[in-house]
Design a protein around this ligand. Structure first.
Ligand code: ASP
Ligand code: CP
Length: 311
């Protein structure tokens, strides 16, 4: 690795060797998890607090599991019942947790940049668990690990990311990571759901599924993030499904052995059809969740090395 990481705030800016080293470490945790062994000494005496200002199933649970498997003291702070409701600010909340000698702070927030702001104010290592439409770095890493395990490489693969790219922090982390590692990334969506100047990130833009899916090795479907849409950017869910929903007929336009991914949560019948999502051969969706635990163990392990109290 080049420079040891102090926080994990985004994929953008990470160097390919850093990314590869994280994936290699995560790979070792996949094997450890599958063997049923644990490493409960690694983070013994360390405290991990997770602070989620937005809903989550996978990310929150897998960070908790990852912290516990490595032996950390894990606290999941419930924001909805915290003093945030009495008007305490994000920074004061973080300072309070910091004063309890928290080593690792896992933060999800609806404002892009919130974890980066916290990182300037606290001693703990901050991990971005998704901030607004900015990034979701551990999702990018777990997606890359899933692809690399199945295809043996990232370089040269054609990855098509379909759906609400505009609001997707998952898309952004994946674009940064996959282009850095030599994949060819395409985004496919109606013009209203494509971020302005996204081509500058090194991706190809398509508005038509048939054209965009041709030759794709990996097809990633994204949820319509209604919670981030100020106005209706798609006419209706039914119409969106007709043109952009990933079903067997559209998947047939990709390579014959193309694999299907989705970060979750899925809206079946909107961006993805159940027959594709549940296809035991083509769908990697469950595997993505398994990889999420291993990736988060690797990230906690790496960052905890930097926050050792005697450093
Ligand atoms: N769970 C992912 C995120 O929080 C994707 C989504 O919610 O659609 O970004
Ligand atoms: N993929 C993802 O971040 O899922 P959650 O929102 O359930 O954590």
């Amino acid at each position: 690795m080049n420079q040891p990481l102090r926080h994990l705030l985004q994929i953008e800016g990470l160097q390919p060797p850093q990314i590869a080293a994280m994936l290699d470490l995560a790979e070792s945790y996949v094997l450890l998890n599958r063997s049923g062994k644990t490493q409960r000494d690694l983070l013994r005496g360390r405290t991990m607090i997770s602070l989620f200002f937005e809903d989550s199933t996978r990310t929150r649970t897998s960070f908790e599991l990852a912290g516990k498997r490595l032996g950390a003291d894990v606290i999941n702070m419930s924001v909805s019942t915290s003093s945030v409701n009495k008007g305490e600010t994000l920074l004061d909340t973080a300072a309070t947790l910091n004063a309890m000698n928290c080593d690792l702070l896992v933060v999800r927030h609806d404002q892009s940049g919130a974890p980066a702001l916290l990182a300037q104010k606290v001693d703990a290592a901050v991990i971005n668990a998704g901030d607004g439409t900015h990034e979701h770095p551990t999702q990018g890493l777990l997606d890359a690990l899933t692809i690399r395990r199945r295809r043996g490489r990232l370089e040269g693969l054609v990855v098509a990311i379909c759906g609400d790219v505009l609001h997707s922090r998952v898309a952004r982390s994946n674009i940064h990571l996959l282009t850095a590692m030599g994949s060819r990334v395409r985004v496919i969506a109606p013009p209203t759901l494509i971020p302005p100047e996204v081509e500058r990130l090194g991706v190809e833009v398509f508005h038509d599924m048939k054209a965009g899916l041709q030759g794709a090795d990996i097809v990633m479907a994204l949820r319509l993030q209604k919670e981030r849409m100020a106005r209706g950017l798609v006419p209706s869910a039914r119409e969106f499904f007709r043109f952009y929903g990933l079903d067997a007929a559209k998947l047939a336009w990709a390579k014959p052995d193309a694999l299907v991914m989705h970060p979750g949560p899925m809206n079946r019948g909107v961006e993805i059809d159940s027959a594709v999502a549940d296809d035991p051969v083509r769908s990697l969706i469950r595997e993505q969740v398994e990889m999420g635990v291993a990736v988060r163990m690797a990230v906690l392990d790496l960052l905890a090395r930097r926050t050792h109290r005697n450093d």
